[in-house]
Design a protein around this ligand. Structure first.
Ligand SMILES: *Cc1c(COP(=O)(O)O)cnc(C)c1O
Length: 394
């Protein structure tokens, strides 16, 4: 059967794989050989589902947005990942990976973070399990994301500055990889999106797939059928989108829409619109689409939303783009901010700016009145208040 999911070699079509330094091979191979087995264990399933319910607060509601639907003359449901503990979908993955780490006998957790959201989600689950947590973060990001640095420290994590290169996310990732090479036995590296060498993209997609699993039965309750006509999600690395699409990937009656950050405009030189601008290359251990110069140097991305400010997409999304299975739309900073404010005033929900990018699709594309459109509201906007304040002079 034709599938858009990963194959046994870790590829989505031509994308994916594990392009890693030789010294990292034992760590990645240990994970690859064990992750499916561990995830299938009833005890693992039980503990994962229990924590998603009692700690994260799942299932997240599937909310029919009446006033937003009236405005755009279609049926819009919001999948409320913003209501999760810690304010976004990221915790679904970090809960899964901390349980995986424990089953593998690891006692020390490392992670990389850009804006700090994944660092906070990792520090949270390390506190929950009493494991040592070290988060690598670029020196520049530490300076501009002070509240998240404070959160991680309060949660008991050690934040280590990456001082090399541009002192941002990619340098933090390099430091984390270096750490993992030096500590192969006791350490697990929690990656925050559907990126990195196989099996990470598949493992993270499976942990996030709780989103589409819930959508199926929630939509059945409300509309009498399990499949929507459209699913819209923003894409940084691609984990919230992968989770929202997962159970619908091979059902082509469900249209998938992926929303990227166009920053100041796709052609402005200041964007993170990977599908529009990216070429094939290797980043963080997998073959995918990434923004690069003609010589193959990775281009610094830009977006007003920290979570979309990433120069690549995960291999699943590169494949969905290449095959045309998903429609990719780029949204600028201004369009996203306007759409975010509109949700506040039509529905009383302040969205994360990442999610606001997805919301801006309604100004771009017309849906039919009886279309059922599900938008994955990946996070809440509390963390973005300063950006909203500055943008709208509030
Ligand atoms: C991190 C983040 C994203 C982007 O990450 P994906 O892996 O693409 O989902 C989107 N929304 C929010 C709220 C985030 O915190």
């Amino acid at each position: 059967m034709k599938t858009y999911n990963v194959n046994e070699k870790g590829y989505y079509g031509e994308f994916g794989g594990a392009f890693i330094p030789e010294m990292l091979y034992p760590n990645v191979e240990e994970l690859r050989q064990n992750y499916l087995k561990i995830m299938a264990e009833p005890e693992f399933q039980k503990e994962f589902n229990q924590l998603l319910k009692d700690y994260v607060g799942r299932p997240s509601p599937l909310y029919f947005a009446k006033r937003l639907s009236e405005k755009y003359n279609t049926k819009i449901y919001l999948k409320r990942e913003d209501l999760n503990h810690t304010g976004a979908h990221k915790v679904n993955n970090t809960i899964g990976q901390i349980l995986m780490a424990k089953r593998l006998g690891k006692t020390r957790i490392i992670a990389e973070t850009g804006a700090g959201q994944h660092g906070v989600a990792t520090a949270t689950v390390c506190a929950l399990m009493g494991l040592q947590c070290i988060v690598y973060m670029g020196e520049i990001d530490i300076a501009r994301q002070a509240p998240n640095v404070a959160r991680m420290k309060m949660l008991g994590a050690e934040v280590r500055a990456a001082l090399s290169g541009s002192k941002t996310l990619k340098d933090a990732t390099n430091e984390a990889i270096r750490d993992w090479i030096n500590n192969p036995v006791d350490t697990h590296y929690i990656i925050g999106s559907v990126v990195g060498p196989h099996p990470y993209p598949d493992m993270v997609a499976r942990f996030q797939s709780v989103i589409s699993e819930e959508i199926q039965w929630q939509l059945k309750e409300q509309e009498g059928k399990t499949q929507p006509d459209y699913i819209i999600a923003c894409v940084g690395g691609g984990s919230n989108a992968a989770g929202a699409y997962y159970h619908f990937l091979d059902d082509e009656s469900v249209n998938l829409i992926a929303v990227e950050a166009a920053g100041l405009g796709v052609d402005s030189g200041e964007s993170a619109a990977t599908s529009a601008l990216g070429k094939e290359g290797i980043i963080h251990g997998s073959k995918t689409l990434l923004m690069q110069t003609n010589d193959g140097q990775i281009t610094e991305p830009y977006s007003i939303s920290a979570g979309l400010d990433y120069p690549g997409v995960g291999p699943m999304h590169a494949h969905l783009f290449k095959t045309g299975r998903a429609e990719f739309i780029s949204i600028t900073d201004n369009q996203a901010m306007t759409a975010g404010l509109e949700l506040c005033q039509l529905e009383g929900i302040i969205p994360a700016i990442e999610s606001s990018h997805a919301l801006a699709v309604f100004e771009h594309k017309t849906f039919k009145p009886d279309d059922i459109v599900i938008l994955n509201l990946s996070g809440r906007g509390d963390k973005d208040l300063d950006t909203y304040i500055n943008h709208f002079n509030l």
